[in-house]
Design a protein around this ligand. Structure first.
Ligand SMILES: Cc1ncc(COP(=O)(O)O)c(C=O)c1O
Length: 394
């Protein structure tokens, strides 16, 4: 598993970090002081168009007045009580999220991060089915904890640090429908899948593949978990990718845009799975705190009342139509989870765009620039991207 020098023999050549932060992140060459709307501000006075949104989190951009108001109001009223205390704001947030999804996954469990949502979903799947195996899709990213990391493609070689996985894992190629009947069998507790694979490069999995997963899981008595941590809560231009495809999984996990900058995640659970839940089946201290719940309620309210799903669809169509220029040779993904396929290394294109004050992301695919823009993006911002791409050339 691990070819690291054991701690007892390890003699570090130099101190690890000089800013007291764990040196575990690759960082953009960009310091940010504050932000407003869809622009980040730097100490030297630059105004950078943010098409990356802090890994798909900043769904409403920065400083949205109703987001700020919801947080401030809740902070004044009640900053925290755990799930041991019933709260109206928690019930309201759960109702809002269940209704926003509208697929009948009406039981909500709030936690704090994407990985934690997946960890709980996988635990619940093993518990209710008695299965000891999870099927995941090649290219997937589900998080860095024990179970979520176990179903993340390539984690074992790169960073998975646990001596054993909590269950057996089998990976399937995206679209490999022919293998489903042999792969999903009596041992299979669940299939976990990102309908649009984010880290892989905004790769939209074929609808027929997702439908076949749904069919085989139902036939076999395994759960289908849609990991919509990155693609959920409006990012596709629909409440969830599940809505976009008209496929109802047994559990949806979601995070990122759900808090639009406040840490919160959730599981949306179908009734036949929720019927297994009892006191202590799942648990959390911070999850479902009133600040997070006030934000969930406000974020969904803003998405609905400001017609942001439609804006996401329109800006996405505009990008697809006008941004296949310069080094961009094609697009993939859905809504504002888009991959711009490039003729030369995406990192090069990303660096050149940043010089022109546009922040984008890359992905596991070296030829895909990832766009995870705020849902409030305007047509003038897409024009800015299109001109910059023309300027940097093929
Ligand atoms: C699809 C998906 N699932 C899970 C995660 C993990 O979320 P977190 O970093 O909040 O634990 C991510 C994070 O990028 C993600 O994109």
């Amino acid at each position: 598993m691990n070819n690291v020098i054991p701690l007892r023999d390890h003699k570090p050549a130099q101190p690890v970090a000089n800013d007291h932060l764990a040196p575990v992140f690759a960082q953009f060459p960009l310091e940010v002081t504050d932000a407003s709307g869809v622009f980040l501000h730097t100490p030297d006075g630059r105004k950078v168009l943010d098409l990356y949104g802090g890994h798909a989190v900043a769904a409403l951009g920065y400083g949205h007045p109703r987001w700020v108001e919801a947080l401030t109001k809740q902070a004044h009223s009640l900053c925290f009580q755990s799930n041991a205390v019933p709260l109206d704001v928690r019930r309201r947030a759960a109702t809002k999220l269940a209704n926003f999804c509208g697929l009948g996954l009406d039981t909500i469990f709030f936690i704090n991060s994407g990985a934690e949502a997946n960890e709980n979903a996988l635990k619940l799947a093993c518990k209710v089915t008695g299965g000891n195996e999870i099927v995941a899709v090649e290219g997937s990213f589900h998080g860095r904890t024990a179970a979520a990391g176990a179903v993340t493609w390539g984690a074992e070689k790169k960073w998975y640090g646990f001596p054993e996985k909590p269950f057996d894992v089998r990976f399937i190629k995206p679209g490999d429908i022919d293998r489903l009947s042999s792969l999903i069998n009596n041992d299979t507790a669940a299939v976990i899948v990102e309908p649009i694979q984010g880290v892989a490069g905004a790769l939209d999995l074929p609808k027929e593949f997702l439908q076949a997963l749904r069919f085989r899981c139902s036939e076999n008595g395994s759960l289908l978990i849609f990991d919509e941590v990155q693609c959920g809560v409006g990012r596709t231009g629909y409440p969830f990718a599940a809505n976009m495809h008209g496929i109802t999984p047994d559990i949806i996990t979601t995070a990122k845009a759900l808090g639009a900058g406040f840490p919160v995640s959730a599981m949306l659970i179908a009734p036949h799975v929720a019927s297994y839940l009892q006191v202590d089946t799942l648990g959390t201290t911070f999850g479902g705190g009133p600040m997070a719940c006030a934000i969930v309620e406000a974020v969904i309210d803003i998405i609905e009342s400001e017609n942001l799903l439609q804006n996401v669809r329109e800006r996405s169509a505009q990008i697809r139509k006008t941004c296949v220029v310069g080094p961009v040779v094609g697009t993939q993904g859905a809504g504002l989870l888009l991959g711009l396929r490039t003729s030369r290394p995406a990192k090069e294109v990303q660096a050149e765009l940043l010089k022109l004050d546009i922040l984008t992301g890359t992905s596991a695919d070296p030829y895909v620039v990832r766009i995870l823009a705020p849902f409030v993006l305007g047509s003038e911002h897409v024009e800015q991207l299109s001109s910059a791409l023309k300027k940097i050339g093929k």
